[in-house]
Write a protein that binds this ligand. Structure first.
Ligand SMILES: *[C@@H]1O[C@H](CO)[C@@H](O)[C@H](O)[C@H]1NC(C)=O
Ligand SMILES: *[C@@H]1O[C@H](CO)[C@@H](O)[C@H](O)[C@H]1NC(C)=O
Ligand SMILES: *[C@@H]1O[C@H](CO)[C@@H](O)[C@H](O)[C@H]1NC(C)=O
Length: 841
C-alpha cells in the first residue's frame, strides 16, 4: 500500500501545508480533499457493504450469519467478530484488520478448542450484562457471567485501540468506566503491545498452521518467578527454555522478584520481572507487533510490515531442535539450514503415527523385561546425539563396560549415555528429546536385541527415508530478508515522496492521476501472478517444443539419456529441453508417473522441471535453464575461487541429501558427475538428471531398486556396480566424493594422475591413491595441500577448507560402502566447518 504512504506523506509535507495556507485556492483545496478522501476510502473499506459497529450494548448480539456484525476499534486496526477457523467452523475472535494484515491475523479467541457452526451462532450480550457465545442457536459454548441487576447502568462490549475487547459499565457512582471483563486477561497464543503477562496468564501454542486448537507448547511464569517455555504433552512435560542445563542465574534470570509480570511496549521493548529483557530488532514506534507462542514451540516477536506480512523481529530459540517434544520418544531431531527441521527414528524403532511426529517411534522388538536372558541384548553406538532427561540411574567414574553391565542388569534400561571424558554413565528409562548435535559430548549406546543389532550395524534405518520435511520451519530466514527489503523500500519511498512533495500543484495532480490508475490496475496484476503460479508444471505439445527450440537447433548438452537443447518457451522463459533417447523408453503411463514424481521434487539445489512432452515416440523433459552451464565446463574454465568451490560442494551435497532422504520416494541419482551439477546465475549449484536412471529403466529387475545394468560414468562409479553388489544411496556418495576430489585437484578421476615408476614407465595412478600418497608420512598439511590443489584456481588458498574437502572426499570414496558417510553427514561436516569459520569471523 505504498500509495497510501506516498499520499499521506504528501498531505503532511510542510510545503503542501504552506501552499494550502498561502493560496487558499478553492480549486486546489478541492483537489487536496479529493486526494484525502481517496486515501481514507482506500484505507478503510474495500467492502463498503459491510456495516461495522463500534460497540455492542445490552440486549443485542452479533451473528455469524451476518458478515457485517463486526466490532471495530476506533483506530480501525482491530476487528472482533466471528472468524472462520476451518470448514464451517468459527471462533469468536479479535484480529488485525485484513486491510493491514494478510494472514495469521487472529490475536485472541474465545473458543479456540470448540469452534461454532457457520449458521445461527451468536454472541449475545443479555440484559443482565452477561456475555454468551451460542453454537447453532442453542448450546452455550463460552460465557462471561457478570449478573448485574436490571437497574444496572449501561453495559457495553467494546474493542479498544489496543486490541483489548472489554465488557464495561459506565455511570455507577462517578460516571467512571469499570471493566467487568477484558480479553487481555485471557490471552490465547498471542500477546499484544501493552498487554500485561502475569502469574495468572499463559500463552498456549496452536496445533498447527490452519488448526487453532490448543497444543502443547506454553509460555508461563514458573514457581521460581522465572518466565519459561514448557512442552506439556499428553504423556510427558519438560521445560526447554531457558536451557534446562543452566541455572536461572546463568541464563540471566532473577528468581527473587515475585511480582511476576512482563510487558511488551509500543516501541518493541519487552521487560519481565525476572530480568529477561529484549528489544525488537526494529525497535521504534509506529510498528504493530505481536509476541506469539508458535506451533513449532518457538516464541517469536513479529512486526507487521507495510506489505501486510509479518516479519520475525526476535525469537527465543535459535537452534530449532532445542525445543522439546518435537519428535516424540525414540527419535532424533535434526536441523539443516536449507532443509529445515526433521525427525528420524532411532535404529530398531519405527514411526508410530505417520501423521504426527510427536508420538515418536515404537520399538520393533519386545520389551527387555520379557526376555529370559539379558545377554540376548547388546548395544549400538550412536554418536553425536543428545537426549535430555529421563535418566533412571547415574554412575560416576565407571568404565564403558561397567556402564553396559549396569544397563543390562535393569530390564527397563533402554540404553545409556556415556561421557568418556568424565566417565559418567546415565541409564535411560525413556529415550526422549533426542537431537543431533556435533558438539555433543554424549555418546548414546542404544540397547537392541542381538539378532537385530547385526543388521543395524551395517545398514541405515529405513525410516530415515520417510518424508518428514516441514516447510513452515524454514521460513524464518526469508522473513528477515523481507523486512530488510521493506525498510529499504520505505526509505526510497520517503525520498521519492520528498522530491514529489517539493513540486508544485501540477506535480500533485500528476501523482494523484497516477495513483488512481495504478490502484485500478493492481488487482488485475495480482490475479495474473496467481494464475501463473498455479499452472507451474505442465505438459507441452511436441510442436510447441519444436518451435521453442527452433527445430532443435541449439544443442547445449549431450548425455547417455539424451540430448539437451536451449529453448524459449511461449511464456518467454528460457529453458533447457532434453530429448530422451527413444530406445530406452517404456510405456506412457509409467513415464507420466515418473515424470510427475520428478516434477514434485523441489529443492533449491535440484534443477526444477517445468514440464514434459510425451507424444508418440517423442519424449521430452523441460527444465529451467542454467546460465553458467555445468560444473564440468566451469572446472575447465577455472571460473571460480575457493570460497565458491566450497559453497558448490555444500550445495550439491544438500541437493543429494534431499533426494536420498526427504522425498516421498527414495531417489538415487546414480550418475553424479560434474556434467550433472549445473550452476545458476549466482553460481548456486543445482543437481540435474536425477530420477532419470529410474525413468529409463523401469522394466528392469526391480529387486535392486530397479537397477540391474551397470550405470554411471567411468571414474565416478562405485565398486558396487562392478562387483554386482547391492545398490544403495552410497553409490551417489562415492560419485560425489570423486567430484569433490576433482574440484580440489582439477584432475579427472576417469583419467587419473601420471606416475613415473622406477623403470621410467609412465602409468596412470588413481586420483585417490595419488592424494593418499602425497598425504603419507609426516608431511605438514600445508605442504601436501600445495602438492595436490589445482593452482589455476583464483583467490587465496584456504588451507582449512581444502583440508576439509579432501577429508570428506576421501571418506566418501571408501571401498566399503558402510565406511562412507551419508549425504546428510557430508552436509553436516561441511556446514560444521562453514559455521566455525563464521563464528570466528
Ligand atoms: C485440530 O486438532 C485437534 C487436536 O488434534 C483435532 O481434534 C481437530 O479436529 C483439529 N481441527 C481441525 C480443523 O483440523
Ligand atoms: C532497549 O533499548 C533501550 C533504548 O535504546 C535501552 O535503554 C535498553 O537498554 C535496551 N534493552 C535491551 C535489553 O537491549
Ligand atoms: C576413578 O576410579 C579409579 C579406579 O577405579 C580410581 O583410581 C580413581 O581414583 C577414581 N577417580 C575418582 C575421581 O574418583
Amino acid at each position: 500500500m505504498w500509495w497510501n504512504y506516498l499520499s499521506s506523506y504528501i498531505m503532511h509535507s510542510p510545503i503542501i501545508q504552506r501552499i494550502r495556507r498561502a493560496l487558499r485556492n478553492r480549486r486546489f483545496s478541492f483537489l487536496l480533499s479529493m486526494l484525502m478522501a481517496f486515501q481514507v476510502s482506500f484505507t478503510l473499506a474495500s467492502s463498503s457493504s459491510t456495516i461495522h459497529k463500534d460497540e455492542l450494548s445490552k440486549g443485542s448480539s452479533l451473528s455469524v450469519d451476518n458478515p457485517g456484525d463486526i466490532l471495530r476499534s476506533p483506530n480501525g486496526v482491530f476487528c472482533a467478530g466471528f472468524h472462520s477457523v476451518g470448514n464451517n467452523a468459527y471462533a469468536f475472535a479479535v484480529w488485525f484488520n485484513n486491510q493491514l494484515c494478510l494472514k495469521d491475523c487472529i490475536v485472541w479467541m474465545a473458543n479456540r478448542d470448540e469452534p461454532v457452526n457457520g449458521k445461527q451462532s451468536k454472541l449475545i450480550l443479555d440484559k443482565y450484562g452477561n456475555l454468551f457465545l451460542t453454537d447453532a442457536g442453542y448450546r452455550v459454548i463460552w460465557s462471561v457471567e457478570v449478573a448485574l441487576n436490571l437497574s444496572a447502568p449501561s453495559v457495553q462490549l467494546q474493542l479498544l485501540d489496543s486490541g483489548n475487547l472489554i465488557l464495561y459499565h459506565t455511570g455507577t457512582s462517578h460516571g467512571n468506566t469499570v471493566a467487568l471483563w477484558q480479553s487481555f486477561d485471557y490471552p490465547t497464543d498471542t500477546l499484544l503491545p501493552e498487554q500485561k503477562f502475569t502469574r495468572y496468564t499463559t500463552l498456549v501454542s496452536s496445533r498447527a498452521r490452519g488448526n487453532v486448537s490448543s497444543s502443547y507448547y506454553k509460555l508461563y511464569f514458573d514457581n521460581d518467578n522465572v518466565l519459561r517455555l514448557l512442552y506439556d504433552g499428553p504423556d510427558i512435560s519438560s521445560v526447554y527454555w531457558p536451557h534446562p542445563y543452566n541455572l536461572p542465574w546463568d541464563s540471566g534470570r532473577n528468581t527473587y522478584n515475585d511480582s511476576r509480570v512482563a510487558l511488551l511496549n509500543y516501541v518493541g521493548m519487552f521487560e519481565s520481572s525476572d530480568f529477561w529483557n529484549f528489544n525488537s530488532s526494529d525497535y521504534g514506534v509506529n510498528i504493530w507487533r505481536r509476541l506469539t507462542m508458535d506451533t513449532d514451540g518457538n516464541l517469536r516477536l513479529y512486526s507487521l510490515l507495510r506489505n501486510r506480512e509479518w516479519a520475525v523481529s526476535w525469537q527465543a530459540i535459535t537452534t530449532p531442535c532445542d525445543v522439546h517434544g518435537i519428535c516424540g520418544p525414540n527419535a532424533v531431531c535434526q536441523y539443516d539450514t536449507s532443509l529445515g527441521r526433521s525427525c528420524i527414528c532411532l535404529p530398531g524403532y519405527e514411526r508410530k503415527n505417520p501423521s504426527d511426529w510427536s508420538e515418536g517411534c515404537k520399538p520393533l522388538f519386545n520389551s527387555f523385561c520379557n526376555l529370559a536372558d539379558a545377554n540376548v541384548s547388546d548395544f549400538l553406538h550412536v554418536p553425536h546425539r543428545d537426549f535430555f532427561g529421563y535418566d533412571e540411574d547415574y554412575h560416576k567414574n565407571v568404565t564403558l563396560d561397567q556402564c553396559k553391565r549396569y544397563c543390562l542388569d535393569r530390564c527397563s534400561c533402554k540404553g545409556f549415555q556415556f561421557r568418556f571424558k568424565t566417565r559418567e554413565c546415565y541409564l535411560k528409562a525413556l529415550i526422549l528429546n533426542g537431537r543431533f548435535s556435533l558438539e555433543s559430548l554424549e555418546n548414546m549406546y542404544l540397547r537392541l536385541p542381538k539378532d537385530m543389532l547385526s543388521s543395524y550395524q551395517t545398514q541405515q534405518s529405513p525410516s530415515s527415508l520417510n518424508c518428514s520435511y516441514n516447510p513452515q520451519d524454514i521460513q524464518l530466514h526469508r522473513a528477515y530478508l523481507r523486512s530488510h527489503k521493506n525498510k529499504l523500500l520505505v526509505k526510497i519511498l520517503k525520498i521519492v515522496a520528498g522530491v514529489i512533495a517539493g513540486l508544485e500543484a501540477l506535480g500533485v495532480l500528476l501523482v494523484w492521476l497516477y495513483i488512481t490508475t495504478k490502484s485500478r490496475r493492481k488487482d488485475e496484476a495480482t490475479s495474473g501472478v496467481y494464475q501463473l503460479a498455479a499452472i507451474g508444471f505442465r505438459r507441452f505439445s511436441y510442436s510447441e517444443l519444436k518451435k521453442a527450440t527452433r527445430n532443435f537447433s541449439q544443442e547445449i548438452g549431450r548425455g547417455a539419456a539424451g540430448t539437451v537443447y536451449k529453448a524459449i518457451l511461449p511464456s518467454g522463459q528460457v529453458a533447457a529441453v532434453k530429448q530422451l533417447n527413444e530406445a530406452s523408453l517404456q510405456g506412457e503411463d509409467e513415464f507420466l508417473a515418473e515424470v510427475s514424481m520428478i516434477g514434485k521434487l523441489n529443492h533449491m539445489n535440484l534443477i526444477e522441471m517445468l514440464g514434459y512432452c510425451a507424444e508418440g515416440k517423442h519424449w521430452l523433459l523441460v527444465y529451467e535453464y542454467m546460465t553458467h552451464g555445468s560444473l564440468a565446463d566451469n572446472l575447465s574454465k577455472r571460473a571460480f575461487n575457493w570460497n565458491k568451490m566450497f559453497d558448490i560442494a555444500i550445495g550439491a551435497a544438500r541437493g543429494l541429501t534431499y533426494l536420498h532422504e526427504e522425498c516421498l520416494e527414495w531417489v538415487l541419482h546414480c550418475d553424479v558427475k560434474p556434467q550433472n551439477i549445473l550452476l545458476d546465475s549466482n553460481y548456486q549449484p543445482k543437481v540435474s538428471d536425477f530420477g532419470l536412471s529410474k525413468l529409463l529403466n523401469r522394466r528392469d529387475d526391480k529387486k535392486h531398486l530397479g537397477f540391474s545394468k551397470i550405470r554411471g560414468t567411468r571414474g565416478y562409479m562405485a565398486p558396487e556396480w562392478v562387483y554386482n553388489l547391492e545398490i544403495t544411496a552410497k553409490v551417489d556418495v562415492y560419485s560425489y566424493g570423486m567430484v569433490v576430489l576433482q574440484m580440489v585437484t582439477g584432475r579427472n578421476p576417469g583419467v587419473g594422475v601420471p606416475d613415473v615408476d622406477s623403470g621410467g614407465q609412465t602409468e596412470n595412478r588413481s586420483l585417490a591413491s595419488w592424494i593418499r600418497g602425497e598425504m603419507n608420512g609426516d608431511v605438514p598439511t600445508a605442504t601436501w595441500i600445495e602438492e595436490v590443489v589445482d593452482h589455476t584456481i583464483e583467490g587465496e588458498l584456504d588451507i582449512k577448507k581444502v583440508e576439509v574437502l579432501v577429508a570428506v572426499g576421501l571418506q566418501c570414496i571408501a571401498d566399503d560402502k558402510d565406511e562412507r558417510p551419508t549425504m546428510r553427514q557430508v552436509v553436516e561436516m561441511l556446514e560444521h566447518y562453514g559455521n566455525d569459520e563464521h563464528n570466528q569471523a
